[in-house]
Design a protein. Structure first.
Length: 479
């Protein structure tokens, strides 16, 4: 099929030719005609399938006629992370280069007043993360009643990040006579419930089985001890033909540690996580995309949907706590038909997490042996790390195995003295069948989650649970 057969605007077709697109991807072929026909769509598609264009291209058609009014957006795209929101804005710049559409990005971590000034100039397309958008609506800076197009992207990610109550609140403020598109990589029952709630008689289009790993990615695990993880990572980077790589850690503090360690060993590395200032995040990502940085150590904030051209490698420094994150992480490479390689460092503590991932992807990930590294076969975090053992002879990864690394006393000491804490589930759970209600506390937490998209807050002291003996103490009157 050709783009010209889809009924897109001639100027959009011109922009697509200039972007080097020859034909629509399956999700574009399936979704675009329905969107142009005005139908609601539930799209089940992984990142990297071209789903962004499947909604931006027909939106350009629909928005080409008509004028933007100040503070009254004509369309709204909700994204779970700032990076994804920024990426969608770039897509509009590419596909809509011959249309004068005003796009406004509303993301956490940026000046509210600058955003408000942009809203005053009129908004055709508002691209937002939920917390910041709700904040701007509640301040009266946005009147959402004119929104005729709503796109809820990366829905399963939104669910994981606890954004659904915010989205429910946002949607309740929109006109019912709108066109709504929802995209998700997976379709758990909760997403099905949301689609029933938000969409009107939707067409369902699906382009790949949920949570399948791309066949263009060669995967391997490397069994190591905690103490040797950084050493093993460096060894892998040296032994593999790494053009550019993302290195995923589960926690922000480990992103910082691994980044510092790589830089101190002379690697060209940057870092990206939700605690960094937005300007630093944007700058690092831009450098990485422009191939000015070879390695980017990151948290899962970079795992969903980020499109980095020709990424050669993904290294999972940690086994992700949630199995689906593995699929999203390795999906950053092997995109657009190119091949990619994904390695994961696995310690004895990770047995259950690894089993969960292998169950999800329906295959056993092959093991690669690194000469000179000890193997951690324990699966009990309370045990002492096993004594360094000679790795059973296995295949060396390329030539660099010849320069087998020696352990580094500083890193060994640090890791042994402070073993990584237990993995704990950060995932907010929601009742399966009832709509989610938000308390004031929760609301504030969600708002913060928008600013800081990797880890929900740490519970301090008793958290929300006040023990009975504290509640029983009478308070002295102050008057
Ligand atoms: P997405 O899944 O929307 O993140 O898109 C993944 C990548 O595919 C992006 O780099 C797009 O620019 C690219 N892309 C999307 N549609 C096409 C197409 N029809 N032909 C070639 N590349 C495409």
């Amino acid at each position: 099929m050709l783009f010209s057969e889809l009924g897109l605007h001639p100027e959009t077709l011109r922009a697509l030719v200039e972007a080097g697109y020859e034909s629509p991807t399956p999700i574009q072929e399936k979704a675009i005609p329905h969107v142009l026909a005005g139908r609601d769509v539930l799209g089940i598609a992984q990142t990297g399938t071209g789903k962004t264009a499947s909604f931006t291209l027909p939106m350009i058609n629909a928005l080409a006629a008509g004028r933007a009014k100040a503070r009254m957006p004509r369309s709204l795209i909700l994204e779970p992370t700032r990076e994804l929101a920024a990426q969608v804005e770039q897509s509009f710049a590419v596909y809509g280069k011959y249309h004068k559409l005003n796009t406004v990005l509303l993301i956490g971590g940026e000046s509210m007043s600058d955003q408000t000034k942009k809203l005053d100039r009129g908004v055709d397309v508002l691209i937002a993360t939920p917390g910041r958008l709700l904040d701007q609506i509640e301040r009266g800076n946005i009147l959402p009643t004119d929104i005729r197009f709503l796109i809820i992207d990366e829905c399963d990610r939104m669910l994981d990040m606890g954004f659904i109550p915010d989205i429910e609140k946002i949607v309740s403020k929109l006109r019912p006579s709108r066109q709504t598109l929802m995209f998700s990589a997976t379709l758990p029952p909760e997403i099905r419930r949301l689609s029933d709630q938000f969409l009107n008689n939707p067409v369902e289009v699906s382009v790949s089985p949920p949570a399948s790993a791309a066949t263009t990615v060669t995967q391997a695990i490397v069994r190591v001890t905690h103490a040797e993880k950084r050493n093993a990572l460096r060894f892998l980077i040296k032994s593999e033909d790494v053009k550019n790589a993302l290195i995923f850690c589960n926690r922000k503090r480990d992103v910082a540690i691994v980044h510092k360690s790589l830089v101190s060993h002379g690697f060209d590395a940057g870092a990206l996580h939700g605690d960094m200032a937005q300007s630093a995040r944007t700058e690092t990502l831009a450098k990485f995309k422009a191939n000015e940085l070879r390695l980017m150590v990151c948290s899962d904030v970079a795992a969903r949907g980020l499109d980095i051209k020709g990424l050669s490698h993904v290294f999972n420094f940690d086994v992700p706590t949630h199995s689906e994150d593995y699929v999203h992480r390795i999906g950053r490479t092997g995109r657009a038909g190119m091949s990619g390689r994904a390695f994961m460092l696995v310690t004895g503590d990770d047995a259950k997490l690894l089993a969960g991932i292998e169950k999800l992807i329906g295959t056993t990930i092959p093991e690669v042996a690194l000469d000179g590294f000890a193997v951690d076969t324990s699966d009990n975090e309370d045990q002492e790390p096993p004594a360094r053992a000679r790795r059973p002879s296995g295949r060396k990864t390329r030539e660099a195995a010849a320069e087998a690394p020696s352990p580094e006393p500083d890193e060994m000491a640090t890791s042994t003295a402070a073993p990584p804490p237990r993995h704990r589930s950060n995932r907010p759970t929601a009742p399966k069948s009832e709509p989610i209600r938000r308390s004031a506390n929760e609301s504030r937490r969600r708002q913060r989650a928008d600013e800081d998209q990797d880890e929900p807050e740490t519970v301090v002291g008793f958290g929300n649970r006040i023990p009975a003996f504290l509640q029983a103490v009478p308070r002295p009157r102050r008057d």
